[in-house]
Design a protein around this ligand. Sequence first.
Ligand code: PGA
Length: 247
Amino acid sequence: MKKKLIVGNWKMNGSLAANQALLDGLTAGAATAACGVAVCVPAPYWSQVQALLASSAIFLGAQDVSQHASGAYTGELSPGMLKEFGVRYAIVGHSERRQYHGETDEVVAAKTQCALANGVTPIVCVGETLAEREAGKTEEVVKRQLAAVIHANGHCISEIVLAYEPVWAIGTGKTATPEQAQQVHALLRAQLRAASNHADLIPILYGGSMNAANAANLLSQVDIDGGLVGGASLKVADFLAIVAAAQ
Ligand code: PGA
């Protein structure tokens, strides 16, 4: 069986003291984890978290990355900067970036390309809003979002991590049922297979109110290869329970 991947997305949370306490707990508790584990932390804490994770198997991730390698782009963070701090993953196209920062499918595709070209693994997020689901447009929306990324990245697509995050399930406590999630993951897998011979190796994570109680059921689905975890990644016991459910 493919090794699962559990990724914490801290969003705009944390402090030097809180990060230390959280990572002390995670490094102790996840020392023997049989799945991959990563935490995507705010950029000012990369250096601190890199040091705290130095002797652990937990990977460091960022929450965004620029579509440009360098230059006059005030506030942006290049993949080269991520690499200097040992950042392995970058979330790309999270719905909060699409929604609050106007990131289009094309921008998300370009960010994915820039990350891949510079040795950072993008965790590319796709997902429909509640209105889109209710209008029967889930398939159309997630396929359109993924198609833009496939189009821009060609055969390199097999190097990405994909995350299905229904927008209506993020931070709401409303999780997709395992069947609802699996149905979309299967569609995404089929779309990846049409684009790459290595599609079965691409981890497809589920995100949206994943927690200690629902993780095992979600992760038992055939096309759910891990989780992208927001709120529950800020609590040691909850995140470790999800990691345990992934073994
Ligand atoms: P949530 O967030 O687990 O708090 O719903 C998931 C995400 O936005 O990645």
